[in-house]
Design a protein around this ligand. Structure first.
Ligand SMILES: Cc1ncc(COP(=O)(O)O)c(C=O)c1O
Length: 274
């Protein structure tokens, strides 16, 4: 919004880690008298916890207030490939625009993002004509006109690795990797719940598991993360929620074995002060 010179976005409180339909409704109702278009942005897989906003309820609210509806499905979007998990994305099809990214549940290095739209005319504002790039007669003769597909012109074509991934693995292949990765996250959550020295933030929605040694303070959590990182043993993130600071394990290796998860918990346990 800042780069495009748009009004500053309104951010809403998310005490449970997801947008609450009532809060969104009240916010849009308060904006009713204003002129100009409205855009409601939801997230399908937050970076902190992997939580998915209540998409159908938010789509209803966007409809009611005449707002465009965008979903950031960078993390959770690939669940569509899984027969087991795709229902978690119920309501995704009601968005006017969806951001997808294959850099987590798509196993590609950054950058691997794309904007998907159900109605191709949504991309019309991207159309741009420059004689030296896409002269009208060339476009009419059927030569590809990439200028109306992307803002990136001569930049790196990230779409290539996305296309290769989809072609090589297919819907089924990707779905299988996603099922295995999400199962590993559930297995880690089980181990944490059963462990007397750990607490689990919540059952994982995607492949992110938030946990901490029970009662650990900020300094302890920072020491654990930095020590495991500098020793080359594990890369753990961090997330702050209304219940404080948590260690964040984002599982992305579909070949993770139960023994790997126990090892991770043992490594962390080794740094809990007695
Ligand atoms: C939910 C979500 N959206 C977007 C992104 C990436 O955004 P960008 O491509 O702008 O860096 C991430 C990065 O991990 C993410 O987790």
């Amino acid at each position: 919004a800042w780069l495009l010179g748009l009004p500053a976005p309104l951010t809403l409180p998310t005490p449970d880690g997801i947008l609450t339909p009532d809060t969104v409704h009240t916010c849009l109702a308060n904006l009713a008298g204003r002129t100009g278009p409205l855009l409601l942005t939801a997230t399908a897989g937050t970076t902190d916890s992997g939580a998915i906003d209540p998409l159908p309820a938010l789509a209803d609210i966007a409809d009611r207030h005449g707002a465009r509806f965008h979903i950031d499905a960078a993390y959770g979007g690939p669940l569509l490939f899984s027969d087991t998990h795709r229902t978690a994305l119920h309501g995704l099809d009601r968005a006017h625009t969806v951001a997808l990214d294959l850099h987590k549940l798509g196993w590609q290095p950054v950058a691997a993002g794309l904007l998907a739209v159900p109605d191709p005319t949504t991309l019309a504002p991207l159309a741009h004509q420059a004689d030296y790039l896409n002269a009208d007669d060339d476009t009419e003769a059927g030569l590809p006109d990439l200028l109306s597909r992307s803002l990136r012109t001569t930049r790196r074509p990230d779409i290539l690795k996305i296309a290769v991934t989809l072609k090589a693995l297919g819907r089924h292949g990707l779905g299988e990797l996603i099922d295995r990765t999400l199962a590993a996250a559930q297995a880690l959550a089980d181990l944490i719940e059963a462990h007397p020295r750990y607490e689990l933030h919540s059952r994982p929605t995607l492949s992110t598991v938030l946990f901490r040694p029970t009662g650990a303070d900020h300094t302890t959590l920072a020491t654990i993360r930095r020590t495991l990182l500098t020793d080359g043993q594990a890369v753990l993130g961090r997330a702050t929620t209304p219940t404080g600071l948590w260690l964040k394990a984002t599982l992305l290796n579909p070949h993770t074995q139960p023994g790997d998860l126990t090892t991770l918990l043992k490594l962390v346990e080794g740094h809990i002060p007695r």
